[in-house]
Design a binder for this molecule. Structure first.
Ligand code: 0WD
Ligand code: CA
Length: 397
């Protein structure tokens, strides 16, 4: 990161030795439900076509898009050669989120904002919380012989607030952009589906399909994003969470300032389901991921575009996020969001406790160093901790 609290810490990474074992999902269900507060849309920001962060009132909702029904049979390959791709080698860290919050705090300066901010104990992107919530089932995947993803994050605690960002060492960014290059067409299908599904303003004819391209189609530029910053509370951890919102409902207020989480829509693409096995995998893996991701930002609706391998839009399905767990309940491949919430809460508590303990040690060492006049206390860097999750070992350390 080039600014924000994480910036001061570059190069001062330390790894806490102790780890947290992620237990099987069923073991998280006995303690009763973990409270989760319905996310409240606090503020928003946009990224421009050149990835400029737009924060001022006149432009912060520039990238907000409205849903409209895409025509079935649409060619998702359309526009591929013209698409503009975000530079994936830039590690943006938490900068945009922290700048948005600083700007919000300035505009809303007063006791209410001070009170809200002073009680926050987690600030991060929604994508990071998604990873925390899914770890319990990633570990379960390994235990059952399926592939699973691990992750690495940078964590720091400043004034009692935990900041979490993705860890993107240069080697990982290189690997990421190589895989993006080789998967350019399938990932383009996701972006062109978004283009078929969205317009710049609310549309009265949202239920009648848009005309065929090129009239209805805006060439994707993956720099452009509209993000919401929500306030929520996961198991007692008050959190400010930023996340990308693909669009809002077609009947959402035309005035972006009046938009709320109830209007948010998440768009996904998926290969058409052709077998029982496809269906099981969709329900076990995809619906879990889509559910958790949308739940965390309070997104009530997920629209999935089913496509052929060649990129033809074959079918559409709308899901009410909160009803998704019911669709899998009782099935052999069922998952339970309560396990995700309980394990995520445990993880947040673990990270807070570990970092606090290590900071205490460091302070003691620093005091000793000061006493010996070895170092200037004021110049010391803020420590960042590298957190990693190994699903095969079920371990976060
Ligand atoms: O590696 C990073 N530094 C990441 C940054 C990883 C993921 C997201 N981001 C950025 C986003 O650009 C955005 O500014 O963080 C902010 C919030 O993102 P989020 O909502 O927390 O991200 P997540 O929930 O992981 O993904 C949401 C969408 C994706 O859509 P799908 O339908 O595939 O879930 O964000 C997009 C993608 O369209 N996205 C990204 N955008 C920019 N940079 C990235 C990325 N690296 N990865 C996914
Ligand atoms: Ca999406």
């Amino acid at each position: 990161p080039s600014s924000g609290p994480a910036a001061a810490a570059a190069g001062a990474e330390r790894t806490p030795p102790a780890g947290l074992s992620i237990r099987p999902p069923a073991q998280y269900l006995s303690a009763g439900p973990t409270p989760f507060q319905l996310p409240f849309h606090l503020t928003s920001f946009s990224y421009s076509p050149s990835r400029e962060l737009l924060l001022d009132d006149a432009r912060k909702d520039e990238a907000l898009a409205y849903y409209r029904e895409p025509p079935l049979g649409s060619d998702l390959n359309y526009g591929f050669e013209q698409a503009v791709w975000r530079d994936g080698s830039v590690d943006e860290g938490l900068d945009a989120l922290l700048e948005t919050l600083s700007s919000w705090a300035r505009k809303n300066a007063g006791p209410a904002a001070d009170d809200l901010l002073s009680k926050i104990s987690v600030i991060t992107w929604r994508g990071m919380l998604t990873k925390l919530m899914l770890a319990v089932y990633e570990a379960d995947n390994v235990a059952n012989g399926r592939r699973a993803d691990g992750w690495e994050m940078n964590a720091m605690v400043v004034d009692g607030c935990l900041y979490l960002e993705e860890s993107n060492p240069p080697a990982k960014l290189t690997a990421k952009s190589a895989s993006e290059l080789s998967n350019a067409l399938p990932s383009y299908y996701g972006y062109s589906f978004e283009s078929y599904c969205t317009t710049a303003g609310p549309s009265s004819s949202a239920t009648s399909p848009a005309p065929a391209p090129p009239h209805s189609f805006h060439v994707p530029n993956t720099n452009v994003q509209w993000c919401s910053v929500v306030k929520t509370n996961l198991g007692g951890f008050r959190a400010l969470v930023g996340g990308e919102v693909d669009c809002v409902r077609s009947d959402a207020p035309a005035d972006a300032r009046k938009v709320g989480t109830k209007d948010f829509v998440e768009l996904k693409t998926n290969l058409v389901i052709q077998s029982q096995r496809d269906e099981v995998n969709f329900e076990r893996l995809k619906l879990l991921k889509h559910y958790v991701q949308s739940f965390l930002l309070g997104v009530p609706r997920i629209t999935v575009g089913f496509r052929t391998r060649a990129g033809e839009l074959a079918a559409l399905q709308h899901f009410n996020t909160l009803e998704i767990p019911r669709l899998v309940r009782g099935k052999p491949h069922a998952w339970d969001p309560a396990a995700c919430l309980a394990s995520a809460k445990e993880l947040l508590a673990f990270l807070h406790a570990q970092i606090k303990a290590h900071e205490a040690t460091q302070r003691a060492e620093a005091a000793l160093a000061d006493a010996c006049d070895l170092e200037d206390a004021g110049m010391r860097e803020w420590p960042v901790f590298r957190v990693s999750f190994d699903p095969a070992k079920r371990l976060v350390s």
